[in-house]
Design a protein around this ligand. Structure first.
Ligand code: C2E
Ligand code: MG
Ligand code: MG
Ligand code: MG
Length: 279
């Protein structure tokens, strides 16, 4: 009876929903093909610490043949659902490590850390730790310059497994950032147990930090919390000098944002770093 109703429901499927479903299916097929065709590219956004660029966050872009660049906000969730994220994630890890290794011989670029965003499904896969170690070994990159950006939600899924994986990678020197901090549900007791280097204040709090007293309190609280746990605190989405000054005044250690630069292709990123270093 319920089954029959289910079939009827399907038969009278909303055509608009039907269109959305086929659109997703088409995009997924395109992504699968795009991976093979080399359509993914890493962009790099500088992280600034005391006026110096000390690192890069790798942010993936998909150069779709007909649609131009597609934002990760659009295709990462799709890749998560379809499982393609495992291949995307592996490609990102290998590419970021290769870039790190390439920079390592340079007197200025060799000082940079590279941060890689990790998706929940990728992190919880049994092969995650070996995948990172393989990417490091294959490229010859220094594990101590690799940062992995995790989000709160994914860490709550299986606490013991999460901590075990982090501790294992920390043993090789890999560092961890908690991305989009403040948007999830971390408990303080739990935060203390995680082997983290860094908290990243989500850009949704930075945007109105000067005009919304709640956001100002949240930003200050994250800085205080991180600092008291011995962590670096990084603000993301800094677009104005006034936001930067507010955050610095309140003890935030580092920042990223359009105020200095959007994510850039590797060559443009390198040029920016060298220009700022006066090289
Ligand atoms: P995220 O890791 O929190 O990255 C920060 C996002 O803010 C990036 O968007 C960046 O381009 C953007 N952004 C940087 N500065 C500013 C600013 O001043 N103002 C504003 N409004 N935005 C700024 P993007 O590159 O579109 O990436 C969106 C999200 O997609 C990322 O958020 C991350 O969660 C995910 N993502 C990106 N690359 C990867 C990847 O290689 N793997 C995985 N699993 N996820 C990725
Ligand atoms: Mg990130
Ligand atoms: Mg973030
Ligand atoms: Mg974010």
């Amino acid at each position: 009876e319920a089954k029959a109703a289910g079939r009827d429901t399907l038969r009278f499927f909303d055509p608009q929903m039907q269109a959305a479903v086929s659109e997703r299916a088409a995009l997924e097929a395109d992504l699968r093909a795009g991976l093979d065709a080399g359509q993914l590219e890493l962009f790099y956004q500088p992280k600034v610490d005391q006026g110096r660029i000390t690192g890069a966050e790798a942010l993936v872009r998909w150069r779709h043949p007909d649609r131009g660049f597609i934002s990760p906000a659009e295709f990462i969730p799709l890749a998560e659902e379809s499982g393609l994220i495992l291949r995307v994630g592996e490609w990102v890890m290998r590419s970021a490590c290769a870039q790190l290794a390439q920079w390592s011989a340079h007197p200025v670029l060799g000082e940079l850390t590279v941060a890689v965003n990790v998706s929940p499904r990728q992190f919880h896969e049994g092969s995650f730790v070996p995948q990172v170690l393989e990417a490091l070994a294959a490229s010859g990159a220094d594990a101590r310059r690799l940062r992995l950006e995790l989000t709160e939600g994914m860490l709550l899924q299986d606490v013991e497994d999460t901590i075990a994986k982090m501790v294992q990678l920390r043993g090789y020197g890999v560092g961890f950032s908690l991305d989009d901090f403040g948007t999830g549900y971390s408990s303080l007791a739990y935060l203390k147990r995680l082997p983290l280097h860094e908290l990243k204040i989500d850009k949704s709090f930075v945007r109105d930090v000067l005009t919304d007293p709640n956001d100002a309190v949240i930003a200050r609280t994250i800085v205080a919390l991180g600092t008291s746990l011995g962590l670096r605190v990084v603000a993301e989405g800094v677009e104005t000098e006034a936001q930067r000054a507010f955050l610095e005044r309140n003890g935030c250690h580092a920042w990223q944002g359009y105020l200095l630069s959007p994510p850039l292709q590797a060559a443009a990123f390198e040029a920016l770093v060298l220009k700022r270093a006066g090289v």
